[in-house]
Ligand binder design. Sequence first.
Ligand code: 5GP
Ligand code: MG
Length: 192
Amino acid sequence: MRQDLERVLLTRDEIAARIEELGRSIVKDLGSVSESDGIVLVPIMTGSITFIADLMRQLPLRVRIGLITASSYAGTSMESSGDVVLSDAQFPVELEGRHVLIVDDILDSGGTIRRVRAEIEARSPRSVRTCVLLRKKITSALETPCEYVGFDIENEFVVGYGLDFDDYYRNLPDIGVLRSDVVEAARASADE
Ligand code: 5GP
Ligand code: MG
């Protein structure tokens, strides 16, 4: 796994330190939230699986979680299909009148966040904010409304810490860039 990386972009320690800061900002901004109000976290699976586990433990609030699943990258593709597919059983938690925080791994085309935000806004929440661990330095991402960003990164395909390539590498503790020969080999075997 680790040997498939060309380089590490963000180490587990850098990620952990930044998530502590994000948690502090989120709690500070929700300062006036009474204990009984709490917030609803809406993590977008599967990429945010690791991030939400770490982030939620930095939020000493009354928290509920409503997982949703979205996918726009298929198999060994490294580009968003632009077609965001939300799974059927959406929003198991009541959102009306609640403070909602959407949590995702990475902001790329922005299609996922825009789509999910619109769905949530239609359910009359008290507030909606978005937190992503990574954001690519591309116009579509930078122009997508997002209140909390862990790191702005170059426009390259990254894996680890929940982010996958063909559903692998999510368990890498660090975030890095794959070697091109690894990508080519995966594509060649997918074509067989
Ligand atoms: P968007 O809808 O913003 O184009 O895409 C967001 C989703 O695409 C993310 O939640 C993530 O699952 C996937 N994605 C975007 N960029 C990358 C990347 O560099 N690496 C990986 N592994 N997934 C990405
Ligand atoms: Mg995702």
